[in-house]
Design a binder for this molecule. Structure first.
Ligand code: M6R
Length: 610
C-alpha cells in the first residue's frame, strides 16, 4: 500500500526522500513522487512506474532543490496508476503539496463543494481534494496549524498526510487517522514515514502518532498538537532493529533471507518466554478467573495471519476445550458476530496496520470482548489498541509473502495455548513439560530441515511449469495447506487451491487431470492413513503426487511420486516444520519462473485500506 516519507533536515531533501521511498518499496506501489520546498516555491516530480523512473526523471534527486520535502509511493485506489494520479498533489495556486496514504470516503462531497468555489481538478484521486481543501481553509484563516485542525474535522475515512506550505519554507506538516505514520527524531533531521524503515539510517528514536495528532516538523524542532491545536507531549520509543535487519545481507531476495532466518526468529520469540520450565508472557493480563469466564474465543485476521488462526483453532480447542472460531477480518464485523464480555478475541497481524483487522478489533472491543493481539510491528495501531499484546520478535519482514512472521505467530499461539492450559489445568504437567521441551527444539529442527533446501529446489525445477496445483491435508495439515497454497499463488502466479483431504470428492476432484500436481501433507500422525486414501483417489485420476511426511514414516512413499521428509515433533507443533518445505517450494517455483518475488504484482505488504 502507499508509503509516505517526509524530511526536514540540514541536507538536500530529494536524495533522502528517494532513499526513504526505496525502503518503503516493499509495501507495493505503482507510481512515486516527491515535492520539496525551495524557499517560497514548491518543486515536485512524479511518475507512474517504479522508483527508478522517478530517479531518472530527477537525476537521483539533483534537479529538485530544498531541505524540506515529502515523498510518496502510490498503490492505486481512485484512478489508474498514471503520472497525473501519482502523488504529490499540488493545490491550484501551487502553494500547497500533499501526499496521502488511505481513502477519503467523503471526497466526492468535498470535491463538489470545492468545484462550487471555483477550484479545478486534474486527477481522478481522492487526494487532490485535500490539496485544494488546505488551500481553501488557509485562504480563510491564514494560519497553517488552524488549517490542519479544520481539515481533520472535515475529512472522513483514513489518512496519513504529509503537507508542504510554500508560505512556511522551514517546516512541513503531517497528520494521521487510521493509516500508519511514525515520527522519527534525529540530530539535525526529523522525519515522518509510514513505518520505521526509512528513518533507521537517521535515528532509532521514534514516536508513534495517534489518530488526529498533528505534527509540525523542522530540522531542529518537532511539535505535536491535538485537534484543538493544543500542544501535546509524546512518548519516545527506541527501536532496537538496526539498518542491517532491513537489508538483504547478500541474499538475492528478502523472502529467501526471511525463510532462512526463521530458526533465529523463533528462538527470539520463544526463549525469553520459557523460563525455568514456566511460560512467562509479557504484557499479558489474563488471570485464571478471567480465563475461566471466557465462553468463546474468536481468532480474527487476514491472509497468512488468518491461516495461523486456522492452526490456532485446532491447537487452542485441544489445549483449553474452549470453543474457538476463526474468522476472516473483512467478514467478521458484517456478520453480526455474537460477542460479549465472556468473549476473548485474538487478533493476529504482522504489520499491526491491516485495516480490516483493526476494524474487526474495534468492533470486538465495542461489544465488550477482551482483545489480545499477536503483532510483529512495535507500536502499530493494533498493538496500541489491544488489551494485551504479545509481540512476535521476527524483526522487520520486508518480502510481501510472509514467512518468518507466520512462523513466529504460530510460536506465540503455542505459548498462549500452553499458558492457557496451565491456568485452566486442562493439560497434565508432564504433557505441558513435553511441549515446552519440544518447542525449544523447534529452532534446531528448522535449521536441519532448511539445510535440505536443495532437495526442494530440485522438485521445484521439475514442477514449476504446472498451471494449477492443489494442496490437501487433514486436521492441522489442512490448516498448513491453506498457507502453502497462498504462498505459492501470491508469488508464482500459479492457480492453486487448498482442500481438506476428505472434501475433494465432493466436487473438486473433477478438476484432477493427468499430471495435475497435488501436494499432499501427511504429517498429522493420527490421520496419515486417511489422507493416504485421499491421495490414492487423486492418483487414480492421473495426479502427480508430491507428499510431505514425517521422517521415519514411509506410508506416503507407497503412493506418492516424490516425498519430502520433515523432522518429527509433537503433533500440535508439527505445523511449524511442515510449512517450511512449502515456503521453499513456492520460492523456488517463483524463482524458476522469473517472478518478482519480493514484490509480487498487485500485492501490498501492509493492507491499510478496507
Ligand atoms: O500484516 P498482516 O499480518 O495483518 O497482513 C495480513 C495479510 O495481508 C498477509 O498475511 C498476506 O496475506 C501476506 N502477503 C501473505 O504472505
Amino acid at each position: 500500500m502507499c508509503g509516505i516519507v517526509g524530511y526536514a533536515g540540514v541536507n538536500e531533501a530529494a536524495p533522502v526522500l528517494l532513499k526513504g521511498l526505496e525502503k518503503l518499496e516493499y509495501r507495493g506501489y505503482d507510481s512515486a513522487g516527491i515535492a520539496v520546498l525551495n524557499g517560497r516555491e514548491i518543486e515536485f516530480a512524479k511518475a507512474a512506474g517504479k522508483l527508478q523512473v522517478l530517479r531518472d526523471l530527477t537525476e537521483e534527486g539533483a534537479t529538485v532543490h530544498g531541505r524540506i520535502g515529502i515523498g510518496h509511493t502510490r498503490w492505486a485506489t481512485h484512478g489508474e496508476p498514471s503520472d497525473v494520479n501519482a502523488h504529490p498533489h499540488v493545490s491550484n495556486s501551487g502553494r500547497f503539496a500533499v501526499v496521502h496514504n488511505g481513502i477519503i470516503e467523503n471526497y466526492q462531497q468535498l470535491k463538489a463543494m470545492l468545484l462550487g468555489k471555483g477550484f479545478t481538478f486534474l486527477s481522478q484521486t481522492d487526494t487532490e481534494v485535500i490539496a485544494q481543501l488546505v488551500e481553501y481553509y488557509y485562504g480563510k484563516c491564514g494560519d497553517m496549524l488552524e488549517t490542519m485542525c479544520r481539515i481533520v474535522g472535515k475529512l472522513e475515512g483514513s489518512y496519513a498526510l504529509g503537507i508542504l506550505c510554500a508560505d512556511q519554507p522551514d517546516r512541513f506538516y503531517a497528520v494521521r487517522k487510521d493509516s500508519p505514520l511514525v515520527l522519527g527524531l534525529g540530530e539535525g533531521a526529523n522525519l515522518v514515514a509510514s513505518d520505521v524503515s526509512p528513518m533507521l539510517a537517521y535515528t532509532q528514536r521514534v514516536c508513534y502518532l495517534d489518530d488526529q495528532e498533528i505534527v509540525v516538523l523542522q530540522a531542529d524542532n518537532v511539535a505535536v498538537y491535538d485537534i484543538n491545536g493544543e500542544r501535546i507531549e509524546k512518548e519516545v520509543t527506541v527501536i532496537d532493529w538496526d539498518v542491517s535487519a532491513a537489508e538483504k545481507g547478500g541474499y538475492e531476495h528478502f523472502m529467501f533471507k526471511e525463510i532462512m532466518e526463521q530458526p533465529q526468529s523463533l528462538q527470539k520469540t520463544i526463549s525469553p518466554r520459557l523460563q525455568d520450565g514456566e511460560i512467562v508472557l509479557d504484557d499479558f493480563h489474563i488471570t485464571r478467573e478471567r480465563l475461566e469466564d471466557f465462553r468463546k474465543i474468536y481468532i480474527v485476521a487476514c491472509g497468512s495471519s488468518y491461516h495461523v488462526g486456522a492452526v490456532g483453532k485446532y491447537v487452542l480447542e485441544q489445549t483449553t476445550r474452549i470453543p474457538v472460531e476463526v474468522d476472516i477480518a473483512s467478514e467478521f464485523r458484517y456478520r453480526n458476530p455474537i460477542i460479549d464480555e465472556h468473549t476473548l478475541m485474538i487478533v493476529i497481524s504482522q504489520s499491526g496496520e491491516t485495516a480490516d483487522t483493526i476494524a474487526a478489533m474495534r468492533e470486538g472491543k465495542r461489544q465488550g470482548s477482551h482483545v489480545l493481539a499477536i503483532v510483529n510491528v512495535l507500536g502499530s495501531t493494533i498493538a496500541r489498541e489491544a488489551d494485551d499484546v504479545l509481540y512476535t520478535w521476527a524483526g522487520p519482514e520486508i518480502a510481501v509473502a510472509t514467512t518468518k512472521a507466520y512462523s513466529t505467530q504460530l510460536a506465540v499461539i503455542y505459548l498462549l495455548a500452553l499458558k492457557f492450559a496451565e491456568l485452566l489445568g486442562t493439560m497434565a504437567a508432564e504433557e505441558r513439560a513435553a511441549h515446552y521441551q519440544a518447542l525449544q527444539q523447534l529452532p534446531q529442527q528448522m535449521e536441519s530441515l532448511l539445510a535440505e533446501k536443495e532437495e526442494i529446489q530440485f522438485m521445484a525445477s521439475q514442477l514449476y511449469n504446472k498451471h494449477s496445483i492443489f494442496f490437501i491435508g487433514r486436521n492441522l495439515d489442512y490448516a498448513v495447506a491453506l498457507e502453502g497454497s497462498l504462498k505459492l499463488k501470491e508469488i508464482s502466479y500459479i492457480h492453486s487451491e487448498a482442500y481438506a483431504g476428505g472434501e475433494l470428492k465432493h466436487g473438486t476432484i473433477s478438476l484432477i487431470e493427468q499430471g495435475t500436481l497435488v501436494v499432499t501433507l501427511a504429517t498429522h500422525d493420527a490421520l496419515v492413513d486417511k489422507i493416504k486414501s485421499n491421495a490414492e483417489e487423486v492418483k487414480a485420476r492421473g495426479a502427480y503426487l508430491l507428499a510431505v511426511a514425517v521422517r521415519g514414516d514411509e506410508r506416503m512413499a507407497e503412493v506418492a511420486d516424490a516425498v519430502f521428509y520433515v523432522p518429527r515433533t509433537l503433533p500440535l507443533l508439527q505445523p511449524s516444520l511442515t510449512v517450511l518445505p512449502l515456503q521453499l517450494f513456492s520460492y523456488y517455483v517463483a524463482s524458476q519462473k522469473g517472478c518478482s518475488i519480493d514484490q509480487p504484482k498487485n500485492l501490498a505488504k501492509s493492507v491499510t485500506v478496507e
